[in-house]
Design a binder for this molecule. Structure first.
Ligand code: PLP
Length: 399
């Protein structure tokens, strides 16, 4: 898809050419098992160690605090179930209303007595109209029966950032484990875990230009831990299963690049995103940004175009080779607005017309120019046939 303009990087990212190149030898001649005691296996292990170091350098931790997993969802599940195993007498979980299903659906299942575990009380902390966390409600909810708090660092739909330092400090005061799903944050904003009160953190390779199928969980030294996958001694007995060396090497390389590109992400990518956002707001009337524009990832904008359906916008963008995503999902024939926008109290018609554009370092000014040329006429055309708010939408021909 040569002419594709890819603005859906919060869904997944293209694999960086350097990452592809770094992993190839491990699909070919360097196929040894890192656990083998022969020199060949040892050579491969050295590359796994190097990748672990590169990832640790990106997030500011010690390499022994990194456990490689198969994806972000596995990291999320591991963190939460580990906390429950380690604190069996505590039967309360705290999370937010806007988590990714990797956390949200697990917590909901635990709140219904699922997964072969006792029944947990689950508190979902609300957000305000800007998508910002209600820290006072969080403080009220935290108590001595809380086994774990899982609060995301950056929201995948709006890019809104949560105050993980404040949340972590409150958890630490109460002796409660704090996990953060940082899958959208890692590689986009600077982080130094050595200085933060975070016990566990999830990340995922395919959000930072590594392939799909690789993730990692940071577990602070000294944190009680119980493995999710029980098997061999791999990952220092914290995750069984022969390591996926090509993918681990890929993630290490992607982490190294992400660290190098962090400044670019926060200057050039942010400037492209701002240009896209400001021009769209100017050129398309009745459009507004969902979520705080101050406390946000540099690459994401979520814009509601009133009186049109997001899915229709996406289909028309697709005809121009432009990839983005919408804030509603077509399930069982009804367009259900996203739980994130609902939690923010975004009105039905606005939630239906919401589009998320998420950029990366590979997007260019020319691509953004093209999107700015294409989107306003699409919105105008769709409003002419809009079933919502006919009074506001430009009049349709009476013929
Ligand atoms: N958490 C967040 C915030 C995400 O954005 C995603 C992916 O979209 C996940 C978890 C799941 O990650 P993975 O696809 O690696 O399982």
């Amino acid at each position: 898809m040569d002419n594709t303009i890819y603005l859906d990087n919060n869904a997944t990212t293209p694999v960086a050419p350097e990452v592809r190149e770094a992993m190839m030898p491990f699909l070919d001649r360097l196929y040894g098992n890192p656990s083998s005691i022969h020199t060949f296996g040892g050579q491969v292990k050295a590359h796994v160690d190097k990748a672990r170091q590169r990832l640790a350098d990106l997030v500011g931790c010690h390499p022994t605090e990194i456990i490689f997993t198969s994806c972000g969802t596995e990291s999320d599940n591991t963190a939460i179930t580990s906390a429950l195993d380690c604190y069996p007498e505590r039967r309360h979980l705290i999370t937010t209303r806007v988590e990714h299903p990797g956390v949200k659906n697990l917590c909901q299942a635990l709140g219904q007595g699922g997964r072969g575990r006792p029944l947990y009380r689950v508190t979902e902390i609300p957000v305000d109209a800007e998508g910002l966390l209600d820290v006072a409600a969080f403080e009220d909810a935290l108590d001595d029966s809380t086994a774990v708090v899982s609060v995301m660092w950056a929201n995948n739909e709006t890019g809104v950032l949560f105050p993980v330092e404040t949340v972590g400090a409150l958890c630490r005061d109460r002796g409660v484990l704090f996990h953060t799903d940082a899958i959208q944050a890692v590689g986009k904003i600077p982080m130094d875990l050595a200085d933060l009160p975070i016990d566990m953190l999830s990340l995922s390779g395919h959000k930072l230009h590594a392939p799909k199928g690789i993730g990692a969980l940071y577990v602070r030294r000294g944190t009680r831990f119980s493995p999710h996958i029980i098997g061999g001694h791999q990952e220092s007995n914290r995750r069984g299963g022969t390591e996926s060396v090509p993918l681990i090497v890929a993630l290490g390389k992607a982490a190294e690049l992400a660290k190098q590109n962090l400044h670019k992400e926060n200057t050039e990518v942010a400037a492209l995103r701002d240009r896209l956002e400001n021009d769209l707001l100017e050129k398309a009337p009745d459009a507004h940004v969902n979520g705080s524009r101050e406390q946000r990832l540099p690459n994401t904008t979520n814009i509601s175009f009133e009186y049109v359906e997001g899915e229709a916008i996406l289909l028309m963008l697709d005809q121009h080779g432009i990839c983005a995503s919408s804030g509603s999902a077509c399930t069982t024939g009804s367009l259900e607005p996203s739980h994130v926008l609902r939690a923010m109290g975004v009105p039905f018609t606005a939630a239906h017309g919401s589009i998320r554009f998420s950029l990366s370092i590979y997007n260019t000014r020319e691509e953004i120019d093209k999107v700015l040329e294409v989107v306003p006429p699409i919105i105008q055309r769709l409003r002419q046939i809009s079933p919502f708010g006919h009074d506001k939408a430009p009049a349709k021909s009476k013929a």
